[in-house]
Design a protein around this ligand. Structure first.
Ligand SMILES: [Mn+2]
Length: 271
């Protein structure tokens, strides 16, 4: 076992088919900790409105977390946008689990991190939910719609070519731009509050690096990347990836993770 001081996980999406509950169980078993932070989108209530996929492994994840809290581990649950219904109840303790809107975690070496899910910094899900849902499939649809539109313009005798898809493309920014915007706005908020860094989730892209003078740390997800942040007993944070079988999570450098192109990112956040 690899006992650590803290474990941070986010975007587990329990209740969906995509949730990697078995892998998460393997990781939680291998990494007992004094603190466990659930950094939002742990249960996907949005998806469960359409279809509920609740497996025995997902049940065991819940039991495992409850047991950890009962046995003296400090468990903090910060609801995200997919489990936002729980935000109404922040401040209370449920089965030994503290529900918080956000909190500050102090590492063993005295650095202070804001812990929050992060959807409040996502301009897409905040203001343009339709854009988030539209994503890349929507782009194909626009291209096809444009064929009809051109025909209509010709019939109406309007000259010149105007591309609906081109217009949309200018509005829908690339996933990379989106990540960049997100990281910078989170980092700004943290700097303004005089903290050393932020530990968040939401965009399903794990990271551990410096952004504009503060530490930007993202837990990633347990839908496809199976990543988490661990704090060692000396206060050092590490980004790890769980690859199963080996019984040990692999430390990964931020460069590897942030280089991963986030294809279909918007759909995954919104779906
Ligand atoms: Mn989210």
């Amino acid at each position: 076992m690899n006992r650590v001081r803290s474990v941070f996980i986010s975007d587990v999406h329990l209740g969906t088919r995509a949730c990697q509950a078995e892998r998460l169980l393997g990781f939680l078993r291998a990494y007992p900790s004094d603190h466990l932070y659930l950094v939002g989108d742990i249960v996907d209530f949005w998806a469960m409105k359409r279809e509920v996929r609740w497996t025995p492994a997902q049940n065991t994840v819940v039991q495992k977390i409850l047991r950890r809290a009962r046995h003296g581990g400090q468990v903090t649950f910060i609801p995200g946008n997919h489990d936002e219904a729980l935000r109404e109840h922040v401040g209370i303790t449920l089965g030994d689990i503290r529900l918080e809107r956000e909190c500050v975690h102090e590492t063993a070496d005295g650095r202070r991190y804001l812990v929050l899910h992060g959807d409040e910094f996502d301009q897409v899900t905040r203001h343009h939910r339709w854009l988030a849902v539209l994503g890349d499939k929507g782009y194909d649809l626009l291209v096809r719609m444009n064929i009809g539109l051109s025909w209509l313009r010709r019939r109406l005798g309007i000259s010149g070519y105007w591309s609906l898809a081109g217009y949309a493309k200018r509005r829908i920014r690339t996933a990379v731009d989106f990540i960049d915007d997100f990281e910078r706005s989170v980092a700004r908020a943290v700097r303004d509050r005089g903290l050393d860094g932020v530990i968040c989730g939401h965009i399903h892209v794990a990271a551990l690096r410096e952004v504009d003078g503060v530490a930007y740390v993202n837990c990633g997800d347990w839908v496809d990347s199976c990543t988490a942040i661990v704090e060692h007993h000396d206060g050092r944070l590490e980004l790890v990836e769980w690859k199963d079988e080996s019984g040990e999570a692999t430390p990964i450098s931020a460069a590897v993770v942030t280089g991963a192109e986030a294809i279909g990112l918007r759909e995954r956040i919104a779906a």
